[in-house]
Design a protein around this ligand. Structure first.
Ligand code: ADP
Ligand code: MG
Length: 463
C-alpha cells in the first residue's frame, strides 16, 4: 500500500468517528509523508492542525492506521505550507456548499462576515431555555450563582474574568448562559457571544484556512460579553491558547466581560499557559459542587412542574436518593419517567418509579462500563495517550494516571488483580495490588487527587 492509499483508507475510517465539521476542518490538506519502523509522519498545513491532530485526534488516527497496518506504533505531524501539500489529499473532494459541514459553520464569524454587525439572538448562540429563574440554588452553587448574577447586572466591573468550574452536568452551562440571556433581555444591542472552546478553536482554524483571521479577531474584539465554555479543551493546544490570550487581553483592557467555565480550577489544567492561568486567577473563581438531597428534590420538583407533570413526593425523594452523580442524570431519569408514565397512562408513584429506575441503573452499568471507556476518559482527562497509560513509561505524569486506572478497574469494574495486570501490558498482579493500595492510601490524604477521582468517576458514569 502506498502512503497515499494508506492515508486515504485511514481517513475513510476517521471520518466515521468524528463530526463532519471537525473532520473537514482538521484533516483537510493532510497527507502521509513518511511511514517507516512503526512511525508515521503526517504533513499538516499549520501549527493548529498539528496540535489538534497530535493531541485530540491522535487516538483515532492511530486506531485507523493500525487497523490497516498493525505494526504502526506512533504518529507525529510536521507542518507543510499549503502550496507544498498535495492538492488531491483533501479528505472530501465532493464537499459542496450544501453539505452539512458548511451549514454547521454558520456561526463562524470568519465565514459570514456580513453578519458581524448583526445582533440577532441566533448569533449569540444562547439557548433561551437557560435562565436564572429556572436555576435552583442550593449550597453547592450559591457562590457561582451569586457571582453570575452580579456579573449580569454589572458587566465588566463586578467580577472580570469570572471563572466557573465544576464536574459534568452540574449546571455550568446553564448558569453561564443565564448571564447571556439576562443581559440580552435588558440590552439586546450589546454584542453577546456564547461559544465552546472547541468551537472557538475550530472557527479560528477555519479563518486561517480562508485567510480571514483578521475578520475573526475583529469580530471577537467587538464583543461586550464573551462566554467561553469548557476551556479545559484548550489544554495542550498552545497556538490556540496563544490566540485566545490575545483576544482575552484586548477585551479585558476594554473592560469587556469574559466568563469562562471548566471542569476543574485553572491551577489544575495541566498545560494551560501560565499567563492565562494567572489572568484567570486574577478574576473571580467560583466552583459548583454536587447538590445535596434537598436541592436535588427541589430541582426535580421544578423540572416536573416546568413540564406540567406531577410526581408524588415520596417518588421524588426516591429519585433524588438514587441519583447522586449530577443534575443532568437526574433530569434524564425524570424525563424518562415522565415519558413512560404518559405512554402507559400511569401515575408516577413510588412503585412505578422504583421499577423504572432499577431497570435504568442495570442497563446503564452494562452499556457504559468497559475497560476502553475508562481508559479513554483517563486519557482525555490527563491529556496522555492510551498507549502511554498502558506502556512502561515511568514519568510521574503517566504513573499516577496509570495507577488511578488500575484503581478504577478494581473499584468500578471489579476486575481481579491478575486480570488487570494482564490487560495493562502484562504486568504482575503484585504490581496492580501495590498500585491499588497506594492509591487507596493517597486518596485519604491528598484532596486534589481525591477531587480528580471524583471528576473521573462522574465522567465515567455520565458519558
Ligand atoms: P454542565 O455544563 O456543568 O455540564 P449543564 O449546565 O449542561 O451542566 O446542566 C445539565 C442539565 O442540568 C441542564 O439541563 C441544566 O438545565 C440542568 N441543571 C443543572 N443545574 C441546575 C440547577 N441548579 N437548577 C436547574 N437545572 C439545573
Ligand atoms: Mg456544559
Amino acid at each position: 500500500m502506498t502512503n497515499e492509499e494508506l492515508w486515504r483508507a485511514a481517513l475513510g475510517e476517521i471520518e466515521l468517528s468524528i463530526s463532519k465539521a471537525n473532520f473537514v476542518t482538521w484533516f483537510k490538506n493532510t497527507s502521509i509523508t513518511n511511514n517507516s519502523s512503526g512511525k508515521v509522519i503526517i504533513s499538516v498545513p499549520n501549527g493548529f492542525a498539528k496540535e489538534w491532530l497530535e493531541n485530540k485526534y491522535n487516538i483515532y488516527i492511530l486506531k485507523a492506521l493500525r487497523n490497516l497496518q498493525p505494526d504502526i506504533k506512533e504518529i507525529s505531524c510536521i507542518i507543510n505550507t499549503p502550496k507544498e501539500a498535495p492538492t488531491d489529499s483533501s479528505p472530501n473532494p465532493n464537499e459542496t456548499d450544501e453539505s452539512p459541514a458548511t451549514q454547521e459553520k454558520t456561526d463562524s464569524p470568519a465565514i459570514h462576515s456580513q453578519t458581524i454587525t448583526g445582533r440577532n439572538h441566533s448569533e449569540t448562540n444562547l439557548n433561551s431555555r437557560y435562565t436564572f429563574d429556572n436555576y435552583v440554588v442550593g449550597e453547592h452553587n450559591e457562590l457561582a450563582k451569586a457571582a453570575c448574577y452580579a456579573v449580569s447586572k454589572d458587566l465588566g466591573t463586578a467580577f472580570n474574568p469570572l471563572f466557573i468550574y465544576g464536574g459534568v452536568g452540574l449546571g455550568k452551562t446553564h448558569l453561564m448562559q443565564s448571564i447571556g440571556n439576562e443581559v440580552y433581555k435588558k440590552n439586546p444591542d450589546l454584542n453577546i457571544k456564547y461559544v465552546t472552546s472547541e468551537r472557538f478553536a475550530t472557527a479560528l482554524i477555519e479563518s486561517l484556512g480562508n485567510q480571514t483571521i483578521s475578520d475573526f479577531k475583529n469580530y471577537y474584539q467587538k464583543i461586550d460579553l464573551l462566554i467561553i465554555d469548557d476551556i479545559q479543551f484548550l489544554s495542550g493546544k498552545e497556538k490556540t491558547q496563544h490566540e485566545f490570550f490575545h483576544i482575552f487581553n484586548a477585551l479585558y483592557q476594554l473592560n469587556k466581560q469574559i466568563v469562562i467555565s471548566s471542569d476543574r480550577p485553572p491551577s489544575a489544567i495541566s498545560t494551560l499557559e501560565d499567563r492565562l492561568k494567572s489572568r484567570f486567577e486574577g478574576g473571580m473563581i467560583a466552583d459548583i459542587g454536587r447538590p445535596d438531597l434537598e436541592t436535588r428534590m427541589a430541582i426535580l420538583r421544578n423540572k416536573a412542574a416546568e413540564k406540567n407533570f406531577f410526581v408524588e413526593d415520596d417518588a421524588i425523594r426516591f429519585i433524588a436518593e438514587s441519583i447522586v452523580t449530577n443534575v443532568r442524570e437526574l433530569e434524564g431519569a425524570l424525563n424518562r419517567i415522565i415519558a413512560h408514565a404518559q405512554l402507559q397512562n400511569k401515575m408516577a408513584d413510588m412503585t412505578f418509579v422504583q421499577q423504572l429506575l432499577s431497570e435504568m441503573v442495570t442497563s446503564k452499568r452494562n452499556t457504559h462500563l468497559s475497560f476502553d471507556h475508562i481508559l479513554k476518559i483517563i486519557s482525555d482527562f490527563y491529556n496522555i495517550t492510551p498507549e502511554q497509560i498502558i506502556g512502561k513509561g515511568r514519568k510521574k505524569e503517566i504513573v499516577v494516571p496509570r495507577q488511578l486506572f488500575m484503581y478504577l478497574l478494581r473499584t468500578e469494574l471489579e476486575l481481579s488483580y491478575p486480570s488487570i495486570g494482564d490487560k495493562i501490558g502484562g504486568r504482575d498482579h503484585t504490581t496492580v495490588l501495590h498500585a491499588y493500595e497506594k492509591m487507596n492510601n493517597q486518596l485519604s490524604q491528598d484532596s486534589k487527587l481525591k477531587e480528580e477521582l471524583e471528576i473521573l468517576k462522574e465522567k465515567i458514569y455520565s458519558k
